[in-house]
Unconditional design. Structure first.
Length: 416
């Protein structure tokens, strides 16, 4: 196996990535410990010390698991690349078929299956040990296994045709194959976004129309005031798997749904639910979803164009431990290694995301009572055991939403 200068670049980037992740975890752990004995003053009337300490312990437990995941996933990454894992898997498929397209599909699917099996113990631990310990897990073993089967089946049904299309275009469309692949991936993303509410989400959860008449009236009035049209307001049986609460919008065009977790509705007053919904409507009013999608498509295009260059460079393959240059190994090498190189721009995307959250909060404060939004946010932080005192640098890299104190201070100072 032949290594080169790019091998050194990759190893330095990987080391920097791992060290930074672990350093950020240590900072977050210290920030949580520092405030363990006292609830921040702005939350002291609504969150007890016991609830605050539960959030701290939950955060620390997740950090401990993440420590192991970071180190283990790095070993797996190195094993697949310079450790020769991809070479080994590729050689097996080369012995099974001469058809380069079928070889590529078999290689990618088998790698995905192996990856899922490697991640399975962590998933089991997070669900049945970590979440169970803090009283959040509602998933039984049967539901877990059935979900796993559904995910694998869905991945094969949707993934196989997509992988076939991508590899076919890479092999047949010449120098600018990446442009055709981008068009296919963009169309696929839009289709999935449209199909998800009606056809995919119900595979995993049950959705029923909101049956709270008074809340329904409030929501209908809010939708009318803000000029928003949806395919309906639904309640999802989130309590089937977890006691965490949430709400979200999904879909595009006329096929849009407003979805509340049943766990969220249980702990909120009607006016607080209305305020949460107004915040989500703010994202649509400011076209945040559209902007995010455009940014995502632009980044995908840039990434594919870069891959279009790398796919012809022997040093790219050899530097990452792959002997035989091919479309499928290039695609996987790029997918595996990009997170290592792109991690350090995460604070930029998170900054933009937090800016969008402030804009959505301002919209909610304009169309509902800002105090109701503050009250609902505090309940969400409390019920989900979210830390109130994250480390600023950790948060910059990991959090797409502003921290609790900053967000609530911003709402209170907005003058609404």
């Amino acid at each position: 196996m032949e290594f080169n200068l790019f091998t050194l670049v990759f190893l330095i980037a990987t080391l920097s990535y791992v060290v930074t992740l672990l350093w950020l975890n240590v900072r977050q752990d210290k920030a949580v410990i520092k405030s363990y004995e006292q609830v921040p003053s702005e939350f002291s009337k609504k969150i007890t010390l016991k609830e605050h300490q539960k959030a701290a312990e939950y955060t620390q437990a997740k950090l401990t698991v993440n420590h192991f995941e970071v180190m283990f996933s790095t070993v797996v990454l190195l094993a697949w690349t310079i450790g020769g894992g991809m070479n080994w898997l590729d050689s097996i498929w080369q012995g099974l078929t001469d058809n380069i397209l079928y070889l590529g599909i078999g290689f990618i699917i088998s790698l995905m299956i192996i990856g899922s099996l490697i991640d399975l113990p962590f998933s089991i631990y997070r669900t049945f040990v970590l979440e169970q310990r803090f009283g959040f897990n509602k998933t039984d073993s049967k539901t877990f296994v059935v979900d796993l089967f559904k995910e694998i089946s869905l991945t094969l049904v949707i993934g196989l045709p997509l992988i076939y299309a991508v590899l076919y275009l890479m092999g047949e469309m010449g120098e600018y194959w990446w442009l055709y692949v981008w068009l296919v991936l963009t169309s696929f993303s839009l289709l999935m976004f449209w199909l998800y509410p009606t056809y995919i989400a119900p595979i995993f959860n049950k959705f029923k129309p909101l049956d709270n008449a008074e809340l329904k009236v409030k929501i209908d009035n809010l939708l009318e005031r803000t000029g928003f049209k949806s395919d309906g307001v639904f309640v999802m049986d989130g309590s089937k798997r977890s006691s965490h609460g949430n709400a979200y919008f999904t879909g595009i065009g006329k096929n849009k749904r407003i979805v509340f977790f049943d766990t969220l509705l249980e702990g909120m007053d009607d006016q607080e639910v209305e305020a949460i919904l107004a915040h989500e409507l703010g994202h649509f009013h400011h076209k945040h979803i559209r902007k995010h999608m455009i940014n995502s498509f632009a980044i995908t295009l840039a990434g594919l164009a870069l891959l279009g260059y790398l796919i012809n460079q022997p040093w790219f393959f050899h530097g990452l431990g792959v002997n035989t240059m091919s479309n499928h190994t290039a695609l996987i090498l790029f997918t595996l290694t990009m997170p290592v190189f792109s991690f350090f721009i995460a604070p930029i995307s998170n900054y933009l995301s937090r800016k969008h959250e402030f804009e959505a909060d301002a919209f909610a404060a304009k169309h509902t009572n800002a105090d109701d939004l503050v009250s609902s946010l505090v309940k969400l932080y409390r019920d989900n055991a979210a830390t109130l005192t994250p480390d600023k640098i950790y948060s910059a890299f990991h959090d797409s939403h502003p921290s609790a104190s900053i967000r609530i201070a911003h709402l209170k100072s907005s003058g609404h």
